[in-house]
Design a protein around this ligand. Structure first.
Ligand code: LLP
Length: 427
């Protein structure tokens, strides 16, 4: 099993050297717990795998996966760059020490004000449509501004339909067959287009689609180089590398993955005589997914037509199971060595039937008061959480070599009301 599970002498779940039961006692539940060293290890493993075969390589962390400030700081210290998709992501990344040239902005359907804001912050624009290019030329003096374009490589993959971002159904990027004209237009308008970007989807464990995407993106880039006279400074192949969520899925062998993809990249560089542009990748899930767990307390065990284990969080806290039917492995953090004996449903506290963390899951005997750990909650966990059912947002704890730091306070009921005003006629 490739899931990142450690058990201490007490038979409790260990998170980065801290006992999950102690964390829950000290900080309450539900709580997201982030293991600092795991993020550092994930980054180093990823960076080293690729830079070994192609030193001109940079990692742009897709921070939509987790924008906790400490997570950003950790990756900033490691030398990582940022893939941002909204002005808010650009803003907080800048605040956490990323200079503008370490941020690539890949927004889609963005407004002129947003374009301007992102440029004022010094981030590099990765443009998603001809419309955005033309609007940009109207609101600023291009003056040789370095820009990049997102292209649709006509390859798509992902763990769910919602997470496939290439191919004819995708709203992202410019079409492969219009790329030459768009790069020419950008030059005519006075820009300096130096980058090309593609991203085929998310949660991909199969290496094949990535290879196809590298070939196809490089064929587009090669054509643009030859026919529009563009000398690329970078080519960005996006993110998407999956992590195992179930016990039978295997971790991606990142060294082989890097070796094979870089070989293809180099072949294409040679074929089109493109020199040595920097290669960018934008992992989100790979860097932070297995570095966090969500701890929840069992508050009710109900034998109805089925057996429901009720916990004190719901899809407002972790949306992935309800939204994508995603599997998250769940363990009983205070009884790690007990065998599985029963099939249960693990249900959240939101007033909707779809609020289940697991259906027919084989688990040990569970009593009220037990502590469950929902694993692999570090990517698209907190960032997709909400105040639905007027539940305050969950606190977050960072574990640094066994030492716990509260890095996000639990929201209060007052916070639920904080940004609202009541007009006079209702007072
Ligand atoms: N680059 C771009 C342009 C992206 O749109 C994304 C993810 C990434 C990189 C990072 O993908 P990753 O390496 O994390 O797979 N909420 C979904 C995932 C949506 C991903 C959106 N874009 C989930 O919970 O699975």
């Amino acid at each position: 099993m490739d899931l990142n599970i450690k058990i201490n002498d007490k038979g409790h779940l260990d998170i980065g050297g801290a006992d999950a039961c102690d964390i829950a006692d000290e900080f309450g539940t539900p709580v997201y717990v982030i293991d600092e060293n795991r993020i550092r290890d994930n980054y180093k493993r990823f960076y080293e795998a690729f830079s070994k075969y192609y030193p001109d390589f940079k990692v742009f962390y897709a921070c939509k996966a987790n924008t906790n400030l400490s997570v950003l700081k950790i990756l900033e210290q490691e030398g990582c760059c940022i893939d941002a998709v909204s002005p808010g992501e650009v803003y907080i990344s800048r605040k956490m020490g990323f200079s503008g040239d370490r941020i690539l902005f890949t927004g889609n359907n963005i407004t002129n004000d947003e374009l301007k804001f992102v440029l004022d912050q010094g981030a590099v624009l990765n443009i998603d449509s001809v419309s955005a290019l033309k609007r940009l030329a109207e609101i600023i003096e291009p003056n040789g501004l370095k820009i990049s374009f997102r292209v649709n490589p006509m390859v798509g993959a992902g763990h769910h339909d919602h997470c496939i971002t290439g191919g004819v159904m995708s709203k992202f990027g410019i079409m492969d067959n219009e790329a030459v004209e768009v790069y020419k237009l950008a030059k005519e308008l006075g820009f300096n287009p130096v980058g090309m970007h593609s991203h085929i989807g998310s949660g991909i464990l199969d290496p094949e689609p990535f290879k196809l995407a590298i070939e196809s993106t490089m064929d587009i880039a090669g054509k643009v180089h030859q026919e529009a006279g563009i000398d690329f400074e970078f080519v960005d192949f996006g993110g998407g590398v999956g992590i195992p969520y179930t016990p039978d899925e295997n971790i991606v062998d990142i060294d082989t993955f890097a070796k094979e993809n870089i070989a293809l990249f180099k072949e294409k560089l040679e074929e089109y005589d493109m020199g040595n542009p920097t290669m960018y990748l934008e992992p989100g899930r790979y860097l932070v997914g297995d570095a966090s767990v969500l701890l929840v307390r069992v508050n009710s065990v109900k034998q109805s037509y089925r057996k429901f284990i009720g916990v004190d969080a719901g899809f407002n806290t972790l949306l992935r199971p309800a939204m994508y039917d995603s599997y998250h492995h769940i363990v009983v953090a205070n009884k790690m060595n007990e065998p599985n004996t029963q099939e249960v449903d693990i249900a959240g506290n939101v007033c909707e039937s779809g609020d289940l963390f697991a259906r027919d899951r084989f688990m040990p005997e569970i009593e009220e008061g037990d502590l469950l750990a929902i694993l692999n909650a570090g990517a698209y966990g907190f960032t997709m959480s909400s105040n639905y059912n007027s539940r305050p947002l969950t606190p977050e704890v960072l574990v640094e070599n066994g030492k716990c730091h509260l890095v996000r306070e639990k929201e209060t009921f007052e916070d639920l009301m904080a940004k609202q005003t009541i007009p006079e006629h209702l007072q």
